[in-house]
Design a protein around this ligand. Structure first.
Ligand code: BTN
Length: 331
């Protein structure tokens, strides 16, 4: 009912709408409306109440709830169903369970905080409340499992584009899916797939973007290696607007992937990553390799050239650029 109350108030803002009219339109008592308005106020909505005139909405909080995200969401199919949590173990874990129970392509899970936010390679993802974005998208691409890495690169491109649109920052992309700014991590992606040998059943696209965490908001362990849009630009970002943009860019790039295949995704990723010729150190399955990055393969694997001139394909691992490179705000 909260979403319906907000819709009515938004339609009438900045005017008042009487409690009587609201109760008539929603088919509930005036007391029920009054109680719900109380709960909305507790969640951060500034709603003025007047005995004579009724209620009017003065300001909405920056929440990632369906009531806040849906009204200005300009997508055709991603995010039409939003599973929203104040707190959750991990949005990826929730999305995975939902997908197993048949949730459809484009359904999303968002949370204001995560208690066990998952990072790559078994790491934790720092997930404090009401600061950042923790998103998981359920996709059901008709592809064999070895192409799933292309979906990761696609999501990295879409996330970088959403960051650039909302902040003007041009993040650096690190294979396979880190977005960095001034050498520090701004966003990370964790994609989990469920498949059989020949066919993917679903992909959970997990995206974490540090939006409004201040320098001191990061735990000591990651303060020097993590950053946020706010830390980089000095300005707070509207999280719901960021989410709306990100869902739009994801929809655009996923449509490109479905219609045109992996080639345009790889091209876009190459443009963002500028990986060719960079000296890298790769840790993959406990082994360390150094060399020069050559390109990404048609399935998204990294091609590395060792000092001896041997070419190697890396399908998973952690990359470190051994020559420091930073990028700043695009002028
Ligand atoms: C990484 O760089 O290690 C990947 C981090 C991915 C974090 C996101 S936050 C939303 C989604 N839910 C999770 O538990 N993890 C991903």
């Amino acid at each position: 009912m909260d979403e319906q109350i907000l819709t009515l108030l938004r339609e009438h803002a900045p005017e008042f709408l009487s409690g009587e009219e609201m109760s008539r339109q929603l088919g509930v008592t005036r007391t029920a409306i009054w109680k719900r308005v109380g709960t909305l106020r507790n969640s951060g909505y500034n709603i003025e109440a007047s005995r004579r005139l009724g209620y009017r909405l003065l300001q909405s909080p920056d929440l990632l709830s369906p009531a806040e995200v849906r009204p200005f969401l300009r997508t055709r199919w991603i995010g039409k169903t939003i599973h929203y949590f104040r707190t959750v173990d991990s949005t990826n874990a929730q999305a995975y369970q939902l997908a197993l129970r048949g949730a459809g392509e484009g359904e999303i899970v968002v949370a204001e905080s995560q208690e066990k936010g998952r990072g790559r390679l078994g790491r934790r993802w720092f997930s404090p409340p009401f600061r950042n974005l923790y998103l998981s998208v359920i996709l059901r691409p008709k592809i064999p499992p070895h192409q799933a890495s292309l979906i990761t690169l696609m999501a990295a491109v879409a996330t970088a584009e959403a960051i650039e649109k909302t902040s003007g920052l041009h993040p650096m992309m690190k294979w396979p899916n880190d977005l960095l700014m001034s050498g520090r991590k701004l966003a990370g992606l964790l994609n989990e797939i469920h498949s059989e040998t020949d066919r993917v059943h679903f992909v959970i696209l997990g995206i974490g973007v540090n939006l409004n965490t201040d320098e001191r908001g990061f735990s000591k362990e990651i303060r020097d290696i993590a950053t946020s849009l706010k830390r980089e630009t000095g300005k707070a970002v509207s999280r719901k607007v960021f989410l709306q943009h990100l869902l739009q860019t994801l929809e655009k790039w996923y449509d490109v992937f479905n219609k045109q295949g992996g080639f345009p995704i790889l091209q876009a990723w190459r443009n963002w990553a500028q990986i060719e010729g960079k000296q890298v150190k790769i840790t993959s399955f406990g082994e360390s390799l150094t060399g020069k990055a050559v390109d990404v393969d048609s399935d998204g694997a990294l091609i590395l050239e060792t000092a001896k001139g041997q070419r190697k394909r890396i399908v998973a691992g952690d990359v470190e650029y051994t020559k420091k490179e930073t990028r700043g705000v695009r002028s």
